[in-house]
Design a protein around this ligand. Structure first.
Ligand SMILES: *Cc1c(COP(=O)(O)O)cnc(C)c1O
Length: 456
């Protein structure tokens, strides 16, 4: 007598696959409501108990009650934060990964996964101009990618400056770096040298001035640049910062979680030339490279150094680390602060291989082009005005005369009306409106509707 819960339930499988098929064929998916769709806590009382529930009933509860309480991040109307627009093939392949319980921890267990993931990483490293032999792993997100990279950078920096106490090393960052950078440094016990930027762009001149005015410039062991700030899409002076880091033997980390995808954009890729200097680089395929959550590509220029810092050692893991460096077999688990991992790079790999890189170029470019069209529309209207020019696919603008509260009410109303999900942000202390374009099916008509909804 087996355990029933491991039995295949053909009816439930049909229902779930039907739901997935429906969802995949929706064009577009409904925006849905997030927290505007209230769920009474009592509706879930008694769910977890010794005897199970009817799977149909609970699946129906998910469909009717839980799912509408999630704003669809893959809706063309999702223009808040950074959206996510997975291709159909990446979503389908994510089901393959899920239904196979596909493990991607080590070469010994998962060489088939590692081969495919590494092909995708190698392609991205090549686009970034990093040398052959660069590599790393797919991790859960940019936050973990940044933390892992900066851990390696810190240790490398310490080893080169043995006269400093371990806690004395610092990283130069910009005030516009993503919040995960400050959080990573906090975890690492490393202080930032926060460099004043020039119109929110971190430049070599800014870095040199900050170091010249600092009483302990020798404690700075690395530089963190952002390739596409989350709030405004600004790409830092990668060439200037990268060449400075190279000349002064500093670790150069580039956070391209959102903007790194613009390596695929014919009109924007020139901004990324300095990426070739990077010691570590991240880009989130779960943002602008059309893969499902959660997926960040983390690449090191020298993967051997990275794994010496990050690989976990334990007697039961020795079998994974048996070979010497020359015969190293690739364990994705060695390159970040993680061990067990699902094969989260495979949906991206499958989509990239089957759709082809040209399709990625045109889909990324579509968002850049739509941002430029949105700027033209805003400039042609009297009730709104640009805060600054668009960068990559992000547009910051203001509704003349609106208070903070008015922006918030308007944002909720747009969602309630199922038009779009647009949230305000702060720019130099002022509340302003922000559109983050990403889905290639977002239309000019929708942008016009959003702008028109701000008239009164
Ligand atoms: C989104 C983002 C991050 C964090 O990535 P997660 O995948 O959300 O952890 C880091 N840096 C930048 C620039 C980002 O846009």
């Amino acid at each position: 007598m087996g355990h029933q819960m491991f039995d295949y339930n053909a009816e439930l499988a049909n229902e779930v696959f039907d739901y997935c098929r429906d969802r995949l064929s929706m064009d577009p998916v409904p925006l849905d409501f997030g927290s505007l769709h209230p769920i009474a806590p009592s509706s879930m009382e008694g769910f977890i108990r010794p005897e199970g529930h009817d799977p149909d009933q609970i699946f129906a509860f998910f469909k009717e009650t839980l799912a509408p309480a999630v704003v669809s991040i893959d809706s063309p109307g999702f223009l808040a934060f950074i959206p996510n627009a997975p291709t159909k093939s990446s979503l389908l392949f994510d089901m393959v990964v899920a239904c196979s319980g596909l493990n991607g921890t080590s070469w010994l267990e998962s060489s088939g996964v590692v081969m495919a993931e590494n092909q995708a990483l190698e392609y991205l490293a090549g686009l970034a101009g990093m040398p052959a032999g660069s590599g790393g792993a797919f991790v859960s997100g940019g936050s973990l990618g940044n933390l892992s990279s900066l851990t390696v950078g810190r240790d490398v920096g310490r080893s080169k400056r043995s006269h400093l106490a371990p806690h004395e090393v610092r990283f130069a960052i910009s005030g516009d770096a993503h919040s995960s950078i400050a959080k990573a440094l906090h975890v690492l016990g490393v202080e930032p040298l926060v460099v004043a930027s020039s119109d929110h762009r971190f430049t070599r001149e800014g870095l040199e001035a900050a170091l010249a005015n600092d009483s302990h410039p020798d404690t700075v062991v690395g530089v963190v640049a952002t390739a596409g700030t989350t709030n405004a899409g600004i790409v830092d002076d990668l060439e200037g910062l990268g060449s400075y880091a190279r000349d002064h033997d500093l670790w150069f980390h580039v956070d391209g979680a959102y903007g790194g995808a613009a390596l695929f954009s014919p009109s924007e890729r020139h901004l990324f030339e300095g990426l070739r200097h990077a010691d570590s680089f991240i880009v989130d395929p779960h943002k602008w490279l059309f893969a499902p959550l959660d997926c960040c590509a983390l690449v090191y220029r020298n993967p051997t150094i990275a794994r010496k810092v990050l690989a976990q050692q334990a007697s039961y893991l020795d079998i994974l680390h048996a070979g010497d460096d020359a015969n190293y077999e690739w364990n994705p688990s060695d390159f970040a602060i993680h061990l067990s991992r699902r094969a989260r790079g495979l949906p991206f790999w499958y989509s990239l291989v089957t759709n082809g890189t040209a399709a990625y170029e045109s889909a990324v470019q579509a968002a850049v082009d739509l941002a430029k069209r949105a700027v033209e529309m805003i400039e042609s209207m009297d009730h709104v005005e640009m805060v600054r020019d668009s960068s990559l696919s992000i547009v910051l603008f203001r509704r003349k005369g609106w208070s903070d509260e008015r922006y918030t009410e308007w944002s909720h109303q747009l969602l309630r009306d199922q038009v779009a999900f647009v949230t305000p942000t702060k720019w130099e202390g002022e509340t302003v409106a922000r559109l983050a374009f990403l889905h290639p099916n977002t239309t000019e008509d929708l942008v016009r509707r959003i702008l028109d909804s701000m008239r009164d």
